[in-house]
Design a protein around this ligand. Structure first.
Ligand code: ZN
Length: 283
């Protein structure tokens, strides 16, 4: 799928499939409500995918998030039933993009399912997957990832971001809050899932779009403010951030670009009688 936002071309790049614990994914929402939306397997896991977004703006090729990547060990793959972890690169290649062609990688945050593909194994070394790219990460997110605690340790894996800081790589760029990428693309801090989670906003001509990252991993998380994953470190902040972003989306008609919903990658928000519904967009 390819979406045109004014002068900006956005490519949907389907990445790996995996499964996540339903309780983690829906937080306080009782299973009797969320099981209407998704089946579970014998371990109470729901189907997930990773949607990568490649943005072409002002001659720059910008990849938003990189999925789990290909460095996973068997234990991790088993827990999360990760499959087709090389599909992001295969689908990029199918569109004619080599890893060398990517100018900027933006990580919405540094959880393993969003930045694992930042790096790859080459012989006994871990190197940048995208050798010519700068990797843009919020400074506060980087600090939280470098110094994880008991709650965040399992998902902040240094091999996904630390090698980018090394002298022979030097590809890491830390952002101090909202940052413009091109005249049509900007990073906006959207606190809640993590303290410095960021979304990517595209504005060109009269059209807008937003890569939501894990602000709302599935469509239903955007339709219902109270549906917040248990993984969010600041759930009350997530709700207020979603309220603010939702108001802006209603105002601008922005296209919503999701990271994990297996049923819908891109959608448009509609409001009727105080209820919110996201309808899919195709090309
Ligand atoms: Zn995620």
């Amino acid at each position: 799928m390819q979406i045109q936002i004014g002068n900006v071309t956005v490519h949907h790049i389907l990445g790996e499939s995996f499964r996540a614990d339903g309780g983690g994914h829906f937080g306080l929402v009782p299973k009797v409500l969320w099981e209407r939306i998704s089946d579970t397997d014998e371990f109470n896991r729901v189907d997930m995918v990773f949607h990568g977004w490649l943005i072409e703006s002002h001659g720059r090729r910008i990849l938003v998030d990189t999925g789990h990547g290909t460095k996973l060990d068997d234990k991790f793959k088993g827990h999360f039933a990760v499959e087709k972890e090389d599909r992001l690169l295969i689908n990029l290649a199918a569109l004619g993009f080599a890893p060398e062609d990517i100018d900027i990688v933006i990580n919405t945050h540094l959880h393993a399912d969003h930045c694992g593909g930042n790096t790859r194994r080459q012989d006994d070394r871990i190197v940048a997957t995208f050798p010519n790219a700068e990797y843009w990460v919020q400074r506060l997110e980087y600090a939280d990832a470098l110094f994880p605690n008991e709650r965040t340790r399992a998902t902040y894996l240094a091999e996904n971001f630390r090698p980018l800081e090394d002298e022979d790589s030097g590809q890491l760029r830390l952002l101090y809050g909202d940052t413009r990428v091109t005249p049509e693309v900007r990073c906006v801090v959207t606190r809640g899932h993590t303290r410095a989670h960021q979304c990517v906003v595209i504005e060109s001509g009269e059209q807008t779009a937003i890569c939501l990252g894990d602000l709302a991993p599935w469509v239903v998380h955007f339709e219902r403010l109270a549906w917040v994953p248990a993984y969010d470190v600041e759930p009350m902040e997530t709700i207020e951030t979603k309220r603010r972003v939702r108001d802006w989306v209603l105002e601008t008609g922005a296209i919503l670009l999701f990271d994990h919903d297996p049923r819908m990658a891109a959608g448009v928000l509609h409001e009727q009688d105080g209820r919110f519904k996201v309808e899919p967009v195709s090309a």
